[in-house]
Design a protein around this ligand. Structure first.
Ligand code: SF4
Ligand code: SF4
Length: 360
């Protein structure tokens, strides 16, 4: 499976991870079978959200003997009461719940510890203030119980502040076809890339709304292809309830370029500006083997931030923009009127010609 660097953590995350919130009521047998099949398919990022004892014990059993292969996360501030999820900002309770997670998952550390579920400005101020959850995360980090600190949230303003604060290494945010029309989401993704903050996409199916019987005519593969194509994304954590849903999600890995193409469904949710690339790769195949969507995405990302982090990604491409013969075949196929040849020329100039100091 393709892996991507999880921002400044330097960890290599498979592009398909696993969200586990829908496994909360699953039997241990189901959890073990889902986790084991995911591992065998190359999934190496597991987001363990809840504090329920049975749920944690099930993952402890499922990950037995495989802990060293994976990136394991936990959520500071995720608690429960009377069998229901509850958010807490109580420091002692939060610390005890992380110790409980470590015990139940038979490990001595989490790779990413999220300040969990932070969407409101007041809550953000509280958790980032002296003595708040961020301070607790730092303490756990110094004690070796957490390697990196992240924040999970659903609202752009707070997530922007977290990324710009320099305090977090990873942002977990909802990324999906239907929600990304919301103002500022794309800028947030670029901001993560510019700050080298790993971006983990949650809710790629919009909590299931995209795939329900009343939902639009879109496939799980198209949902995942859209989310994984967004700037700055390192990995996705689709939530699945059982093996059948896991297999539907992991079908992305073996899907053809045509199956991954989301250009036909995108206008149902968003109105891309004429001439703006949405990284859908509907324009492939390119006779020169250029991954057009990815090349343009790197070009746009580099313009939003420092060139240097993107130069390495660009140089790793199998075919570069300078391989473009200007045949124009892609432009005839692009539904969004993108001047691909011009973008290839700009990519050559930015990545292959200009020395760093001239890039602004
Ligand atoms: S150039 Fe057009 S078809 Fe190709 S990836 Fe961009 S938006 Fe999609
Ligand atoms: S114009 Fe360039 S990028 Fe487009 S298909 Fe032809 S060679 Fe590929």
């Amino acid at each position: 499976m393709e892996t991507r660097k999880l921002g400044r953590t330097g960890l290599e995350a498979a592009v398909m991870g696993l969200g586990t919130e829908y496994l909360v009521e699953a039997t241990r047998e189901t959890v073990v079978s889902v986790v084991r099949e995911a591992l065998d398919k190359g999934v190496n990022y597991f987001d363990v959200l809840f504090s329920y004892a049975d749920y944690r014990d099930n993952f402890g059993a499922a990950l037995e003997g495989r802990r060293d292969e994976i990136i394991l996360t936990g959520h500071l501030g995720s608690a429960d009461k009377d069998g229901q999820y509850r958010r807490t900002r109580d420091i002692a309770e939060s610390e005890a719940l992380i110790d409980d997670q470590l015990t139940r998952l038979h490990t001595d550390h989490l790779d990413v510890l999220f300040l969990s579920n932070c969407d409101e400005a007041d809550d953000y101020r509280r958790i980032m203030a002296p003595g708040g959850l961020l301070a607790l995360a730092g303490k756990l980090q110094r004690r070796g119980k957490a390697r990196f600190i992240g924040l999970s949230g659903h609202k752009v303003p707070v997530s922007r502040r977290a990324v710009q604060s320099g305090e977090i290494d990873v942002l977990m945010h909802n990324i999906n076809l239907s929600g990304d029309a919301t103002e500022g989401r794309t800028e947030l993704y670029h901001l993560c890339a510019a700050h080298d903050v790993g971006l983990v996409g949650m809710k790629p199916f919009a909590g299931g709304a995209l795939l329900g019987p009343d939902g639009p005519d879109v496939t799980p593969v198209q949902c995942l292809s859209y989310a994984v194509s967004q700037p700055g994304v390192s990995t996705l954590v689709p939530g699945v309830k059982n093996l059948e849903e896991l297999r539907a999600a992991l079908a992305y890995l073996d899907a053809s370029t045509e199956e991954r193409d989301f250009s036909a469904v995108l206008p149902h949710f968003q109105e891309p500006a004429e001439g703006t690339c949405v990284y859908c790769n509907h324009c492939l195949p390119c006779p020169s083997g250029i991954d057009i969507g990815k090349t343009i995405r790197l070009l746009v990302s580099a313009r939003h931030g420092d060139l240097e982090p993107f130069r390495g990604h660009y140089e790793a491409l199998e075919a570069r923009a300078s391989d473009c013969t200007e045949c124009g075949a892609c432009m005839e196929r692009c539904p969004f009127g993108v001047d691909v040849i011009s973008n290839m020329q700009q990519a050559v100039e930015l990545f292959e010609c200009n020395p760093l100091d001239d890039t602004g």
